[in-house]
Design a protein around this ligand. Structure first.
Ligand SMILES: Cc1cc2nc3c(=O)[nH]c(=O)nc-3n(C[C@H](O)[C@H](O)[C@H](O)COP(=O)(O)OP(=O)(O)OC[C@H]3O[C@@H](n4cnc5c(N)ncnc54)[C@H](O)[C@@H]3O)c2cc1C
Length: 556
């Protein structure tokens, strides 16, 4: 690849080295070794920006590996990354700080009855670190001849004059100071021209959302998000042994919803083994929460203090942490071109979380990300001479695939819970596809002056959280977070809601300085983009900072 600001040309440019983008690149090179495929990622090193639970379903990853790497099962990396399988599948309901009920038998019964809830069974799935999985997939991609470029952040997608197809992608400018002045080392963002552009940026992708707007793609339902906060805790060997390396815990109820008295939020807690003496705990909360003083990290604190979880982690040390959003609204929120229904348009294909392929019945998206990547590769290979037809073909294949079927089966779930709340919405969602389409508001519109009843006494220690996320940005660059209109903060948000961004940003980016709310610490940013989706006045925008900045996850 040439240096910045030279015009380059590749056959296929993939934006985002997550499971979706890498699966696409690997499959492409395996099927058509002669085409040039380039994957760019904004992280300094592969895996640094990838955070997940993660329970990984087998089928898609096996198909990818089977076609790309002979005898992959025998490699040390495979044994490390895919070395744990779920045997004990704890699906818990927490009632208050102490009571817990294992409701796995209900999920099993639901499966037997053919109800959607039966999908929540994870026995036999892998328990993985997505950072490690990503690193491994990058190595496989390189081995089959893909050019993988970490430290390259994409700023925009460029369309031709007719806005009918993309001609490539522009990278972020380098060497600009905080005020936006060009420094002696200034390098204008390179334009990478490409016959196909694959958008695999994960949740709330910067280029994806720009492309949706520029190319006139539409969603039938607004995208809804959830915020996931996660910690890896070093525990004693006794605690780890007691937990076991084949158990996963998914918990609903306290502390994000309790029957009748509230709070009433969607989501739940997770607890997975990581490696010897390390256990991951996480809390995933639907971003349509209404409490102006709520912070998902407060819910994580409560979850960790629940007696069922506490026994495994009490006295432990948090050694890694991070936050990321998940797209929740399902099939109806997949962005499509209105005339053809394509997920993307012409030579631009949208994959994985960028498209919204997460099944919220089980909060799982990795298998769909990988599958959509392979399907995109197949569609591109079929249309090498005719790039304008790739997005339509990709969509035909997706709609017929396991991804399409699974997303269809879960299509009303999140909207039903958003409409009726967890108490009525969860049982109602049993009727799945038989339910009508419920209209939902955007997450930021849900904010009220109500307060989170279970707020812990102590403020969450965001400094330590951010320190162990190891996030870093070059300080002398313009803030990649912008408050569009400060007057809205002054006259509306602060008096009404008390500036919720200061509370909910997991990295403490926002502060009040001389009575003004500002993104005072952009270098703390974890790239979760919660602020952009939860500011109650839709008054914050996230853009990509210089490549290489951001968290440095190793085992997330
Ligand atoms: C807390 C949590 C728990 C989860 N648990 C599970 C689970 O147990 N099982 C499961 O199956 N799924 C789970 N998921 C969902 C799963 O992680 C996602 O569905 C999956 O990671 C999507 O893969 P992806 O490749 O589409 O996106 P990502 O994994 O997000 O990868 C996107 C990549 O694009 C890069 N990128 C983004 N923008 C740019 C840009 N402008 N320029 C350059 N690079 C860019 C990012 O740095 C990143 O590397 C969970 C998610 C969270 C947050």
């Amino acid at each position: 690849m040439a240096k910045n600001n030279e015009y380059n040309k590749v056959s296929v440019l993939v934006v985002g080295a997550g499971p979706a983008g890498l699966a696409c690149a690997i499959q492409l090179k395996t099927k058509k070794p002669e085409i040039d495929v380039c994957v760019i990622d904004k992280s300094a090193e592969p895996g640094n920006h990838n955070l997940s639970g993660a329970v990984l379903e087998k089928d898609a990853i096996h198909r990818l590996l089977d076609s790309a790497v002979e005898g992959w099962q025998d490699s040390d990396t495979a044994k490390d990354v895919l070395g744990k399988k779920v045997k004990k599948d704890n699906v818990m309901f927490f009632l208050g700080r102490k009571m817990s009920f294992n409701i796995f038998f209900i999920i099993k019964l639901a499966k037997r009855l053919g109800l959607n809830f039966g999908q929540m069974i994870h026995e036999g799935d892998y328990i993985v670190s997505i950072s490690k999985l990503t690193k491994w997939l990058v190595q496989i991609a390189k081995d089959v001849g893909v050019e993988v470029l970490p430290g390259f952040a994409a700023a925009d997608i460029i369309l031709d004059e007719s806005a009918e197809r993309s001609v490539g992608v522009r990278l972020v400018d380098q060497g600009v100071d905080r005020e936006g002045n060009k420094q002696p080392n200034f390098v204008e963002g390179e334009v990478i021209n490409s016959s196909f552009v694959v958008l695999a940026e994960g949740c709330d992708g910067l280029l994806t959302e720009k492309f949706i707007e520029k190319a006139g793609l539409q969603r039938k339902s607004p995208q809804l998000y959830s915020v996931g906060v996660k910690e890896i805790i070093q525990v004693s060997s006794e605690q780890y042994k007691k937990f076991g390396d084949d158990r996963v815990i998914h918990a609903m109820g306290y502390p994000i919803w309790t029957p009748f008295v509230g709070p009433g939020m969607f989501g739940g807690g997770i607890c997975y083994p990581v490696e010897d003496e390390h256990i991951a705990v996480g809390m995933i909360v639907g971003a349509d929460w209404k409490y102006c003083d709520f912070n998902p990290q407060d819910a994580l604190t409560n979850f960790k203090n629940h007696s069922f979880i506490k026994q495994f982690i009490e006295g432990g040390t948090v050694v890694e942490a991070g936050a990321k959003m998940i797209p929740e609204a399902g099939f109806r929120a997949v962005p499509r071109e209105p005339q053809t229904g394509s997920i993307g348009k012409a030579n631009v294909l949208i994959l994985g979380d960028s498209a919204g392929f997460v099944n919220m019945l089980k909060i799982k998206g990795l298998h769909n990300a990988i599958d959509s990547g392979m399907i995109a590769a197949d569609a591109i290979v079929e249309n090498l001479e005719n790039p304008e037809s790739a997005a339509v073909r990709y969509t035909e294949l997706i709609d017929k695939s396991a991804v399409g079927k699974e997303m269809e089966s879960a299509k009303n779930f999140r909207q039903t819970v958003a409409k009726f709340g967890p108490l009525q919405g969860m049982p109602l969602s049993i009727f799945g596809g038989l339910l009508p389409k419920f209209d939902t508001e955007k997450d930021f519109e849900a904010m009220t002056i109500a307060r989170y009843r279970l707020k812990p006494n102590q403020n969450f220690d965001k400094d330590t959280f951010t320190a162990v996320a190891a996030t870093e940005h070059r300080e002398e660059q313009p803030s990649h977070l912008t408050i569009i209109d400060s007057e809205i903060c002054r006259s509306k948000c602060t008096p009404m809601f008390g500036s919720p961004c200061i509370t909910f940003c997991p990295a403490g980016v926002y502060e009040t300085i001389h009575d003004e709310v500002e993104p005072a610490n952009p270098s703390n940013c974890l790239h979760c983009k919660t602020c952009q989706r939860k500011c109650p006045f839709d008054n914050i925008r996230w853009t990509a900072p210089e490549g290489g900045g951001g968290p440095r996850y190793k085992r997330m």
